[in-house]
Ligand binder design. Structure first.
Ligand SMILES: [Zn+2]
Length: 280
């Protein structure tokens, strides 16, 4: 993007907490920018949180994927650039990065969910977080893999508060995938209930964090960045007990009704607060 970028910052549709700060969280981010695009307002309100980026590995042969070709110039090392941008973005939110060695799907390597689950388990057991935020797993194969790898840990780690976040901007772009994944979780025996975490209402903090990913903003585009500034959406996810699984039909209905409640935010047109932001 050349020259000043005018972005509309949507106003929040929710009550704004004043001075609320929560305990540190651990956020699972499929790619380098997903936690910041989807969870910045909550990350900033939980100082000292950790972001584990799952598909942060560097291909040993240095090959580039199609997304790299959109974002980087010849001679650049995409992973080094992304790591630096990610450190800076997370520092702006007072969060710390942890990078796992799995390769982004665009490099053509596939993994078993169990492989990812095993590595995640050892990292989470070492970090001993109270709360873990997991992407819903909308559309992208790496997002789905991150979700499934984490969901596999829930039943054995009931002491952790497990929270699903809906990926931005995907949650506004792939509504059917979003609802299908929620239904699948219900069928797998997990209940979702809507959750409001302490968050920072100042979306300019989020915008500044996003803009640290300088290599990505042009390919993401203004419209998708604007969509990332809509309200963040969180669900507490719980493994249903045997009795609840027996009445699975009823549980599904409850979950779907709760899930349908999120559409209020989906339909809401953003209040226009025009911000003048020059590209760094
Ligand atoms: Zn992603």
């Amino acid at each position: 993007m050349n020259g000043p970028l005018r972005l509309r910052l949507p106003g929040s549709t929710r009550a704004q907490p004043h001075g609320q700060r929560g305990a540190p969280l651990t956020v699972l981010s499929p790619h380098f920018d997903d936690a910041v695009l989807s969870c910045s307002q909550v990350l900033f309100a939980h100082p000292g949180s950790t972001v584990i980026t799952v598909f942060a590995g560097r291909p040993s042969d240095g090959r580039w994927g199609s997304w790299d070709k959109k974002c980087f110039r010849p001679g650049q090392d995409p992973i080094s650039v992304l790591q630096k941008e990610d450190r800076e973005a997370l520092a702006a939110l007072t969060a710390l990065p942890v990078n796992l060695p799995f390769l982004d799907a665009e490099y053509g390597t596939a993994y078993l969910i169990e492989e990812i689950t095993q590595v995640l388990a050892s990292r989470l057991d070492a970090l001993a977080p109270e709360s873990v935020l997991v992407p819903l797993g909308i559309l992208h194969v790496d997002h789905v893999a991150t979700n499934k790898a984490a969901i596999a840990l829930i039943r054995d780690r009931p002491h952790i508060r497990w929270i699903i976040y809906e990926e931005l901007p995907y949650r506004f772009e792939y509504l059917e995938h979003r609802e299908v994944r929620k239904r699948e979780l219900s069928e797998e025996g997990f209940g979702l209930s809507e959750l409001t975490l302490p968050y920072d209402p100042n979306k300019r903090v989020k915008l500044r964090a996003i803009r640290h990913y300088k290599s990505q903003v042009k390919a993401l585009g203004r419209v998708r960045i604007e969509r990332a500034l809509y309200d963040e959406q969180y669900w507490k996810v719980s493994a249903l007990g045997e009795a609840e699984v027996r009445s699975c039909d009823e549980a599904s209905v409850v979950t779907e009704r709760k899930a349908a409640g999120s559409s209020m935010h989906d339909r809401a047109a953003p209040e226009e607060v025009v911000s003048e932001c020059s590209e760094a």
